[in-house]
Design a protein around this ligand. Structure first.
Ligand code: NAD
Length: 482
């Protein structure tokens, strides 16, 4: 039964921690009473997610826009609502198959026993979401956790308070809090959340906070999935048609004003092409946003702190002598922290934009002498969350893909691998641990329990002590069967 009123977003941190503990005990007891919900019950839960995402689409769009300063309704519809709904629909369609016990072959020397693997719910799952796609990154993991038959507690970001409140109300309108609940609060609540002995914790956010989350979870041996960030490269091969490539690079970078975990972070071009590529990306961006200063299609930077951080990155690059190409002018007609799409050509390696994840509409563009140089450049840094490769030479492509390690890849476009629900989504190394989406998400939040069914004809007791010459003969015979 759904609660008829949403819990208000709390402002008192201690109250937040108490609320967290209360809901956690409630969910633990509910799990103990019903540890393995039937497929129909899980599908009903997934339908509730679709219902609340669609019914609150306008509310989420306004809340996100107000939290950011501005964000286009269409970006929220596509990146928050459609992505969530498509994940939930795939789970509904596939759930019966995912839940089925899987056969595992039994080796000859163990016959006629049988073996199988049964997916089982883990229990109570904690989900910590960031601010950049605050609905999708709360609800998409929730879809996976509910599909796997768990209870779910969500902790959204304090940087998007209106959205967190809308999310808390939407979840409470569909779910009993013993099944799925939102816990709001600031850093103290966030820390208490990571110290809660969940059966699995999925964190989406920065690598620095991810490390702290993993340390806190380790105290309870709570397994974690860490969906982190990093510097995702674009490699433009010499076989690429640059004019075709630049439109999707401009779009991948400008979406949500670059505040996307898998946004292109820097571009490696063929030697000598860096200025042409920068000009072509700028031209493509001007086509996408003809009035970038005033258009409602272009998002604001989420906070004054992030705005100042990005502006200082650009100033540092300018002072270091990099060529700066700006599409739009900062704050031209908006008081809403709009930052121009800024291309930084040939910057020195020492500046912040080359060392830190940018997470905004600033894009360094630099040449790589050869495909090997591009591979070496990528491998010098931490393993990225995404890698984008443009070109037509399939052997050059396959060499880059086999010699670099990234969370995911899109070839001849940006971003799209995240929307393909049948592909696992996650990072590797500093960009994350584990994955979700589609079947991978179901498995992340399931215990894949191995079960060995001994046969009544088994004669394993022949190997029991007391050991005799006969035991040695049986061991020798068994060795031949291995
Ligand atoms: P963040 O790490 O600052 O915060 C993420 C969440 O953690 C928020 O809910 C925040 O309240 C909470 N938090 C902060 N400090 C905490 C602590 N000490 N203990 C527990 N919880 C704490 O990240 P952000 O600024 O919200 O998001 C931007 C980052 O997230 C970028 O690095 C981006 O690449 C990454 N990101 C990754 C993905 C992905 O799917 N891999 C998606 C979106 C964003």
């Amino acid at each position: 039964m759904a609660a008829d009123t949403a819990r208000p977003v709390e402002t008192n941190q201690t109250e937040g921690v108490r609320e967290l503990q209360r809901v956690f005990s409630l969910q633990k007891s509910a799990y103990a009473a019903d540890p393995n919900p039937a497929c129909e019950q899980r599908i009903a839960n997934l339908k509730k997610i679709i219902q609340l995402a669609e019914a609150n689409e306008e509310k989420f769009a306004s809340a996100i826009s107000a939290d950011f300063g501005h964000r286009a309704r269409q970006e929220t519809t596509v990146a928050e609502i459609l992505v969530t709904v498509s994940g939930a629909k795939l789970a509904i369609k596939s759930l019966r198959k995912w839940m089925r016990p899987r056969g595992a072959p039994t080796p000859t020397h163990m016959l006629p026993a049988k073996s199988r693997i049964e997916p089982q719910p883990l229990g109570v799952i904690g989900i910590i979401a960031p601010w950049n796609y605050p609905v999708q990154l709360a609800l998409a993991p929730t879809v996976a956790a509910l599909a796997a038959g768990n209870r779910v507690m969500i902790k959204p970001s304090e940087l998007t308070p209106r959205t967190s409140e809308a999310l808390a109300e939407a979840i409470a309108s569909e779910f009993d809090e013993a099944e799925c609940a939102v816990i709001t609060g600031g850093v103290e609540t966030g820390q208490a959340f990571t110290e809660t002995p969940f059966d699995h914790l999925l964190f989406t956010g920065s690598t620095a906070v991810g490390i702290r989350v993993a340390q806190a979870a380790a105290k309870n041996l709570t397994p974690v999935t860490l969906e982190l960030g990093g510097k995702s490269p674009v490699i433009i091969d010499k076989s690429a048609d640059i004019n075709k490539a630049v439109r999707s690079i401009a779009h991948g970078k400008a979406l949500n004003a670059g505040q996307t975990c898998i946004a292109p972070d820097y571009v490696l071009t063929p030697q000598g092409c860096e200025n042409d590529v920068a000009d072509a990306i700028a031209a493509a961006a001007r086509e996408l946003f003809p009035e970038i200063d005033t258009t409602p299609d272009y998002s604001s930077i989420v906070s004054d702190r992030h705005f100042a951080r990005l502006k200082s990155m650009v100033e540092e690059a300018r002072d270091a002598g990099a060529r700066i190409v700006e599409v739009g002018s900062a704050n031209a007609l908006h008081p809403q922290r709009k930052l121009p799409l800024t291309l930084v050509v040939n910057p020195p390696e020492t500046i912040a934009a080359m060392k830190e994840e940018i997470f905004g509409p600033v894009l360094p563009i630099l040449p790589a002498g050869s495909s090997d140089d591009a591979i070496a450049r990528v491998n010098e840094g931490d393993r990225p969350l995404a890698l984008y490769w443009y070109g037509n030479d399939t052997s050059a492509r396959d060499e880059v893909l086999s010699k670099t390690v990234s969370g995911g890849v899109t070839v001849n476009d940006t971003l799209w691998h995240v929307a393909q629900e049948n592909l696992p989504f996650g990072g590797v190394g500093k960009s994350g641990i584990g994955a979700y989406h589609g079947k991978a998400g179901f498995e992340t939040f399931s215990h894949l329990k191995p079960i060995f069914y001994q046969s009544r004809f088994a004669n394993a007791s022949l190997l029991y002590p007391p050991y005799t010459d006969k035991t040695d003969k049986i061991i020798a015979f068994a060795r031949k069967l291995l």
